[in-house]
Design a protein around this ligand. Sequence first.
Ligand code: C5P
Length: 225
Amino acid sequence: MIIAIDGPAGAGKSTVAREVALALGFAYINTGAMYRAVALEARARALDPKTDEAEIAEIGRTHPMRFGAGGTRLFVGDTDVSDAITAPEMGEAASKVASLPRLRAEVVARQHEMGRLAEAECGGAVLEGRDIQTVVFPDAPLKVFLTATDEARAQRRIDQWKQKGHDFDAERALLDVRERDARDASRDTSPLRPADDAVILLSDDLTAEQVIEQIVNLARERMTS
Ligand code: C5P
């Protein structure tokens, strides 16, 4: 079974997707981490998304990315890049490379393969991102669009960054989520939007545990129906 969880920046997708996967014994695949890793490599090679699409797409095709530790760490070869890709500026950098259609085609193909492999190996996968329910797995039996108000999402970002020692004020965090949403939702290729048959969850007034429970219950219902 594939569970597709999409939504805007800071909606709490990662925590929720990871825990849902754990509860069901499924693999957890954080697709945003892959765009972030491509952006990190593009930056190291001083590539510009505006002019170097072919080179960046080639990174998407060949970069030796693999998930470890239950999907919570991302390795490139033997190097754990998880901390580097979650630095505050990498969200914006990932969003810029993610608007390149040729890169998306390469990364989507790899995500599709990872999901199918996980289904074969452990019965299912929870993928979280922006286009999982519309492009990567449009036939997923459970699609959840997890969202929250801009303010709640900005606050979540501030809390996450604080835990990692980065200090950001509320205004900058709000600007960051809004700019990223605007780019992700307005791009020509695979814009962020819920699938027609998605369950929409607004997480403002729910704890992470409540969201996880709702999704696990929905998954169990769909598995038996
Ligand atoms: O989810 P996360 O914040 O790590 O994603 C970083 C960026 O990667 C997003 O802002 C979005 O532009 C891009 N992304 C995407 N499609 C996905 C996952 C992430 O375009 N499936």
